[in-house]
Design a protein around this ligand. Sequence first.
Ligand code: ADP
Ligand code: ADP
Length: 221
Amino acid sequence: MIKLENVGKSFANGDSLFWAVRNMSIDISKGEIVALSGPSGSGKSTVLSMLGGLLHPEEGTVTVDQVNLGSLVDRKMEQFRWNHIGIIFQRFNLIPVLTALENVEIALIPSGMSTKQRKQSAAEWLARVGLSHRMQVRAALLSGGEQQRVAIARALVHQPDIILADEPTANLDRKNATIFLDTLVSLNQSCGTTLVIATHDPLVLSYMQRVVKMEDGQCLM
Ligand code: ADP
Ligand code: ADP
């Protein structure tokens, strides 16, 4: 379902190149629950960004659902992401002037659902993350933890095949972290959703079937 083959990603560092991910290969099957763990700067976010097609590697290939992401140009990549992937990243966040409900609802626009259906699904998912009472509040006025929960509802509302999450519990208290993880596991069990989560959090790690350890842009296996 997800395959990284000899992937390398570099960033410019003054006049030279810095390789954030080097010669990395991993295979993730449909329905797996996988953590990427490793120290800050080891390349976890960069790997997730490549899996979501937000960054493209200079070396190697990233294949998701049998599609080589390198072959998709911007519009097609966006379409592919809407159809297959839910992203929960700290810096891929909410639209501040829209309400919590609107932020979740927009993830359903490409689905072709009616406005009424979209609002209903968005409201259901906000209820699942405990935000029914905050639905009409603009994202800018929500706390960090509330914003994170809206981002989670937005990533899950269209029930993607794959969920990519970068430190998703960093802003959550233990109660909400547990609700989030239980929700992910139930989606995994009912829909076969594949989960890839970059995390240091022992609570999250306790839910994982497999942990891929990273160091200096490589996975240790
Ligand atoms: P994490 O919390 O997972 O350690 P980081 O804060 O390292 O995440 O990075 C989060 C995002 O910021 C990543 O998508 C990465 O591409 C970007 N980023 C990280 N380091 C830099 C940098 N030195 N310059 C520009 N962008 C960066
Ligand atoms: P992690 O998520 O494990 O903390 P990242 O993938 O965010 O690691 O970063 C890996 C390395 O790549 C870090 O040294 C980071 O500073 C660097 N990096 C990430 N994104 C960028 C970027 N956009 N520009 C420059 N350096 C970056």
